[in-house]
Design a protein around this ligand. Structure first.
Ligand SMILES: [Zn+2]
Length: 226
């Protein structure tokens, strides 16, 4: 699945080789927050590619391998293995990072758009008239009073956000970053480095894994000191 990247700026203490915090845009914060809404099966599927889902992977594989004859006729394996994502997060950055600017998408058939009144919320739907995929995006119009959320995602984009190494997220403020330098006991600011990093699918999976087991997620993912 094609996905673009989001970037963030890390403040690194080169002496202790750790990330103090990251300065991040709305897109990055949306990406992190949306992790909370992913079904466990989706998380396992993402992590198992790198063999790191622990025993949950065995649970997943057990369902995969179970013969259909043991399963209730009204059930399918797919329900458990590929759960549908919660409504309204069709733009989960982890899965479709190039789609973070829209809140809600509807699709129609490009071929029949002038005489079709059919829309779908899934671009893999097949047009009943011509059997093509209904991939053309139809603009969504919000009812009065709700039209403000045109930027999509979860948090507002008016400020920059600060992400700590342990993934505590807050709106950025100059004063708090100065207080933090004190708290981190930084004696020599010359040891501080700024580094711009991008978060693509590979980093996203590493981050997901690190966030389940580490208190220094950004350091683990971007400074690669194992
Ligand atoms: Zn059509």
């Amino acid at each position: 699945m094609a996905c673009s990247t989001v970037s963030m700026k890390l403040l690194i203490d080169s002496e202790s080789k750790r990330v103090l915090f990251a300065e991040a845009s709305k897109e990055t914060v949306d990406f992190l927050f949306y992790i909370l809404s992913l079904p466990v099966a989706t998380v396992i599927r993402l992590l198992r590619k790198q063999g790191m889902a622990g025993s949950l992977e065995n649970l997943y594989a057990s369902v995969e391998n179970l013969n259909e004859s043991y399963i209730q006729p009204s059930q399918t394996k797919e329900t458990l293995l590929k759960p549908s994502l919660p409504v309204g997060i069709s733009s989960v950055p982890l899965l479709r990072m190039n789609n973070t600017t829209t809140g809600r998408n509807y699709y129609t058939c490009n071929q029949c758009r002038y005489n079709s009144t059919r829309v779908s919320d899934d671009p893999s739907a097949i047009c009943p008239a011509c059997s093509r995929k209904m991939e053309m995006v139809v603009p969504y119009v919000a009812p009065p009073g709700k039209e403000k959320s045109t930027e999509g995602g979860f948090v507002k984009g008016v400020v920059t956000y600060m992400i700590m190494d342990n993934l505590v997220v807050n709106p950025m403020s100059t004063i708090s970053s100065i207080t933090l330098l004190n708290k981190f006991n930084i004696k020599n600011v010359l040891n501080l480095l700024e580094m711009e990093v991008t978060l693509g699918m590979e980093e996203a999976v590493k981050l997901l894994k690190a966030s389940l087991q580490s208190e220094k997620v950004l350091t683990d993912v971007f400074l690669d000191c194992k």
